[in-house]
Design a protein around this ligand. Sequence first.
Ligand SMILES: [Zn+2]
Ligand SMILES: [Zn+2]
Length: 243
Amino acid sequence: MAKTRPGGIISKPKTGKRDLESYTIRGTTKVVRAGDCVLMRPSDTGRPSYVAKIEAIEADSRNNVKVRVRWYYRPEESLGGRRQFHGAKELFLSDHYDVQSAHTIEGKCIVHSFKNYTKLENVGAEDYYCRFEYKAATGGFTPDRVAVYCKCEMPYNPDDLMVQCEGCKDWYHPACVDMTIEEAKKLDHFMCSECASDDDVKRSQNGFSASSLAEVKARLFSILFPFFWRFIFVALIYPIYCA
Ligand SMILES: [Zn+2]
Ligand SMILES: [Zn+2]
């Protein structure tokens, strides 16, 4: 009995199911393996492709190849929906697992850590990032808090240009400090209005201004906030309304 066949089969012959080491995407030469991220064709053609992480690849006794996947959710697929700080390429790693026909795999993609994504020189069509894990049943995020920046106190959206203040080291959206994006791109140095006036005070009084960097780091945005209000509504207000 042959133990292996082209396609790298690790044999488990008695169960009728065999684990495969790899799968070649139909109509391409691209090979996917466990651990790879893939784009999967949605049943509704109007929707963007689904993104999943391959957990395992297996073939049944009829040689139908199936993939066990862990879904990534796009912000609009989450209970809280897409919010201002979500980038176009943002995905949440969900706790939602599934088995799909390998034929629905359209292509490969890369889901970067947030840090690595922000360091990319060029973001290609296949580049995505993930900074949150997402519980599909409850809409909960891990971590449930992220640092916020700027006067508007928003988490960083890597699609939006920001400028860093040389004084407090906080980052600002040009629009929030009355600048156009073009003006911001031309800047060599930037001081936010608070640091600029601190500077004047320092110069005039020769005083000491404590860095507000610690303050910047302490400001966190609670991702749970909208879910909290949703909970209050569903658990308390809605029953009263319906009574
Ligand atoms: Zn802002
Ligand atoms: Zn500043």
